[in-house]
Write a protein that binds this ligand. Structure first.
Ligand code: CO
Ligand code: CO
Length: 344
């Protein structure tokens, strides 16, 4: 019998993040660092920091790591790496180097760790980057991820702050991975559903990033632990606009609404519900299950792209011919209104 990594953990993947509400308390009041080369810092809740080296060259710096999000060690390595690399892509950058971050129980076979690392190395190689080293700590629950360095032209940084009224919202991957993993843990997810979630989480956002930079997109983020609506709220606030999201057009893993109906709602979705409480308005037509799906914490989710209206069809058709054929237009950007996000 193969070792099941999911048995080591209550909440895996990005569901294990601290709540955004609590995190804000810890960060409040920390001395602000002013540096003219720091183009994107922690202030705007962006995906990565951006530090200018020259007028035509800036570094994109980010890290992500988490406990197991699936049973298989090699897949876990791939998913954790794809998720960590994703923040470079969300900024419109390209990957240069990565460092392994490893926490692993001293009493588990090292062959499991080897498979995790092999998954990470394969994904970094696929990204065109190189792993240059890492660090390990003995810990009760395994955790894996990367510290990543990428680069971007300082004039081409894609942030949370560039959305304009009239922009079209495009999502590049189906949601529902958090629900699927919690269903898998209690034996309710069918193989087809679980395998679909693995495919989504393993796939890099590099091609989607290439497409958005080709069409001069200024605003995007990747959907991870705060769920579609949590990240949408952060982006709308960061840009000083509001979003309208059509719940029915949001692509989702098949059968995931059935799993929510069966009660497979991870705790992280409730934390996200609380986080967006004052910033989201839901039309009555949006049922409870659908609402919780939009709040489901994603691991290695897709990019949420704010496309200039005249480029939306080009971007969508390029995405549909990429590894992300399920990409869809899910809403639009409007002038700043009372709430940040209106779901209908
Ligand atoms: Co991110
Ligand atoms: Co991140």
């Amino acid at each position: 019998m193969k070792f099941d990594l999911l048995k080591t953990v209550d909440q895996g993947g990005c569901s294990a993040k601290l709540s955004a509400t609590e995190l804000d308390k810890a960060l409040a009041g920390l001395a602000k660092i002013d540096n003219e080369n720091l183009l994107v810092d922690i202030e705007t809740h962006d995906d990565a920091g951006v530090y200018k080296i020259r007028d035509d060259y800036a570094l994109v710096l980010t890290t992500d790591f988490f406990p197991p999000v699936c049973s298989d060690a090699y897949y876990f390595g791939q998913i954790a790496a794809a998720n960590a690399l994703s923040d470079v892509y969300a900024m419109g950058g390209q990957v240069l180097t990565a460092l392994n971050l490893v926490m692993f129980p001293a009493n588990l076979p090292m062959s499991i760790l080897k498979d995790i690392l092999r998954g990470g190395h394969d994904k970094v190689a696929e990204s065109g980057g190189v792993i240059v080293g890492g660090h390990t700590i003995a810990d009760d629950t395994p955790k894996y991820g990367l510290a990543v360095t990428g680069w971007v032209h300082p004039d081409k940084v894609v942030t949370n702050a560039g959305a304009k009224p009239g922009d079209v919202l495009i999502l590049t991957k189906p949601i529902g991975t958090g629900v699927t993993i919690s269903a898998k843990k209690v034996g309710l997810a069918e193989d087809e559903t679980y395998n679909k979630a693995l495919e989504i989480m393993k796939s890099l956002n590099n091609r989607a990033a290439e497409i958005m930079t080709k069409y001069a997109v200024k605003c995007a983020t990747d959907i991870t632990g705060f769920g579609l609506l949590g990240h949408a709220v952060k982006m709308a606030k960061g840009s000083g606009v509001s979003f309208r999201v059509n719940a029915r057009n949001v692509p989702a893993i098949d059968k995931v609404l059935d799993l929510i109906e069966l009660g497979c709602i991870p705790g992280s979705a409730f934390r996200n519900l609380e986080f967006v409480e004052n910033d989201c308005h839901y039309e009555k037509s949006v049922g409870y299950n659908h609402k919780m799906l939009l709040l489901d914490a994603q691991t290695s989710g897709g990019l949420l792209i704010c496309s200039p209206p005249e480029q939306a069809e080009n971007i969508l058709s390029a995405l549909k011919n990429s590894p992300h054929p399920e990409s869809a237009i899910i809403g639009e950007v409007i002038e700043k209104n009372e709430k940040s996000v209106y779901v209908y």
